[in-house]
Design a protein around this ligand. Structure first.
Ligand SMILES: C[S@@+](CC[C@H](N)C(=O)[O-])C[C@H]1O[C@@H](n2cnc3c(N)ncnc32)[C@H](O)[C@@H]1O
Length: 245
């Protein structure tokens, strides 16, 4: 199964989370981590530019990469609306290395959980390692499936450009042994099924992920729960901040 944001799923992401939207305080968190910096930043899984565009406005020298051409097209349109020039690359992270280039690589909002297998995840981490400069920093958000209930259905309806789009999201499977969840998402326009996609999200234990990062060569790491917000008692997001040493 390949996770892919197609036409309608990308459109819905952009409609519900336009550039500048903060999820649980992540925009302020990334600003505080990155500003002020001199070097280049890579946002892996840039999506519609939700964080990329505000960071670019703060004069961060940032490159965005995403394997979904549909998402890249939306991000490009969002840049044009703001009269901004960005650098966007359409490529799968497993095939992208830019040797010793970036001061920071950031992977916000569960993009890393979308890597379909552990082998692919390790390949991507090795690529990040090579693409970072010496002493460069990797920041990855991982989400935990705390709200997942197999068999539950959620339905949302959006009015976009005069069209009613209904999204039916079925939480299909949770695999406790291999640590992944699968959602089946269907998109209807005028009651006709127009797009359908399964999304597989892999999760990692905190210690397990620190060990994986160490095994690839990353060191001097810390992790932060829910962007430091102590009022949320559920562990939803864990952010790993590790160095290339
Ligand atoms: C949940 S969105 C996050 C977008 C953006 N980073 C944000 O914070 O709003 C995940 C993005 O990661 C991209 N993605 C997932 N797997 C990828 C891969 N293997 N290579 C490149 N991009 C990938 C998806 O296409 C999607 O645009």
């Amino acid at each position: 199964m390949e996770n892919h944001y197609k036409q309608i799923s990308s459109l819905i992401y952009d409609f519900t989370k336009p550039p500048g939207t903060s999820i649980d305080g992540d925009l302020a968190f990334y600003k505080s981590q990155l500003l002020p910096i001199e070097g280049k930043v890579l946002e892996a899984g840039v999506g519609n530019g939700r964080l990329y565009i505000p960071l670019l406005k703060y004069k961060v020298d940032i490159v965005g990469i995403d394997k979904s051409q549909e998402m890249i097209n939306i991000c490009q349109k969002n840049l044009e609306k703001e009269n901004l020039l960005g650098k966007l690359i359409c490529q799968d992270l497993e095939n992208y290395i830019e040797l010793n280039t970036y001061e920071y690589i950031i992977v916000p909002n569960a993009s890393f959980n979308l890597l379909e297998s552990r082998n692919k995840a390790i390949k991507v981490l090795k690529n990040f390692y090579q693409s970072l400069k010496e002493k460069g920093t990797l920041i990855i958000d991982l989400i935990m499936p705390i709200e997942f209930k197999a068999g539950s259905n959620h339905e949302f309806s959006h009015n976009i450009n005069g069209q009613k789009i209904v999204v039916k999201n079925l939480s299909k499977e949770i695999n406790w042994i291999e640590q992944y969840t699968v959602n089946q998402i269907e998109y209807y326009i005028n009651e006709q099924l127009k797009e359908s996609q399964e999304f597989k999200l892999s999760w990692y234990g905190c210690e397990e992920f620190c060990n994986i990062l160490n095994s690839v060569g990353f060191n001097d790491g810390v992790f932060i729960v829910n962007y430091g917000n102590k009022t949320n008692l559920n562990v939803k997001t864990i952010t790993f901040i590790f160095k290339k040493y």
